[in-house]
Ligand binder design. Structure first.
Ligand code: ZN
Ligand code: ZN
Ligand code: ZN
Length: 339
């Protein structure tokens, strides 16, 4: 018999195949090679991108030239445009707004073929601190209510450029999936006067069954109600609603756990496409909740969303999270480089 599990935050049910669980080799995921060619994110191609917004650079190098370690530019084909006033209006029964927002791209490294597991810890720390800096800057714009940070790695995960990069979209409203988590967390907080994420963290640390890595400041684990096989969450141990308010002294621990977690995923599956997103509290006074706790969700792209999921919102998870965590935990980080 399979198992139904209910997410205590969003209320979603999932179906976990506990009877005939998939092993990693049962997934036919698309691994991908490197196409090469002219890349706008490599050294020497700086003029092919919109001008630099911010960068971490070697001394005596000028903007829009080589010599950077992390570089942020506007997206050349933005989903939303920075100019203009927010004009939200009704159209009969429909609500609409003009496409105001910001869409930035953080180029993670000058090296075309280096993903997070191939970088040195201080290089990953640069990425994290730059994401925080950009988020803090975008928050100043009162039109924005949410900053979504995400990464698409590999064509199957939606990456159109193969050079590793993370994107940031500042939105004029709070996205639905975040709102659902916030409402769920808020209800729990009203009822128990505790943060559901803090409670989840405590229980996972106690159970250990779904834990992949734990360090001083962060925990990485496969959630009990995973929606996707080998879904992983990374969560700060200290309660905090905002990713960008992370204390500087916690950044090395996050860099370390992010690198180790993604290395393990890339060892279990040969260079899989994956997405990661950062869920953090809304900004500028819309929908913030004291019971919300920021976290990272990582999803290797192993399955496709099919009719049942689409129609019902039920996800079918072919590998129980307990088993996924075991595979990931037991994978040593050492020979992590898979290309
Ligand atoms: Zn490149
Ligand atoms: Zn919390
Ligand atoms: Zn979330």
């Amino acid at each position: 018999m399979s198992e139904l599990r209910r997410d205590p935050i969003g209320g979603r049910w999932v179906i976990v195949d506990t009877d005939h669980p998939n092993k990693p080799e049962d997934y036919e995921h698309e691994s991908h090679g490197w196409r090469g060619g002219t890349c706008p994110f490599c050294y020497g191609s700086e003029s092919l991108t919109p001008p630099e917004i911010e960068a971490i650079r070697n001394p005596h190098t000028s903007p829009n030239t080589p010599g950077w370690q992390v570089r942020v530019v506007a997206n050349k084909f933005p989903a939303l445009q920075i100019e203009g006033d927010l004009d939200r209006r009704g159209l009969g029964i429909y609500d609409m707004s003009n496409g105001v927002g910001a869409h930035e791209v953080l180029i993670e490294t000058p090296y075309h073929e280096k993903d997070i597991p191939d970088l040195l810890n201080p290089e990953i720390e640069n990425i994290i601190s730059m994401l925080c800096r950009r988020a803090l800057d975008l928050i100043k714009d009162k039109r924005f209510k949410y900053i979504m940070i995400f990464k698409n790695y590999g064509p199957a995960a939606g990456a159109s450029l193969e050079h590793p990069h993370t994107q940031m979209i500042a939105l004029p409203m709070v996205p639905k999936s975040v709102m659902e988590e916030i409402k769920g967390a808020h209800n729990y907080f009203e009822f128990r006067e505790r943060c559901i994420f803090c409670d989840m963290l405590r229980q996972e640390i106690q159970d250990r069954e779904r834990v992949i890595i734990e360090n001083k400041d962060f925990l990485s684990f496969c959630p009990f109600v995973s929606r996707f096989p080998f879904e992983v969450w990374i969560i700060p141990k200290k309660h905090s609603g905002y990713f960008c308010h992370m204390p500087a002294e916690e950044i090395p621990a996050l860099a370390m756990i992010l690198k180790e977690t993604i290395s393990k995923i890339k060892k279990v599956f040969a260079n899989p496409a994956y997405n990661f997103i950062i869920h953090t509290s809304p900004i500028n006074g819309d929908g913030a909740s004291e019971g919300y706790h920021w976290h990272i969700e990582i999803m290797p792209k192993l399955t496709r969303i099919a009719g049942f999921e689409w129609g019902s919102g039920f996800y079918v998870v072919p590998t129980p999270p307990e088993l996924a965590a075991k595979y990931l935990r037991e994978m040593s980080q050492s020979s992590a480089k898979v290309t």
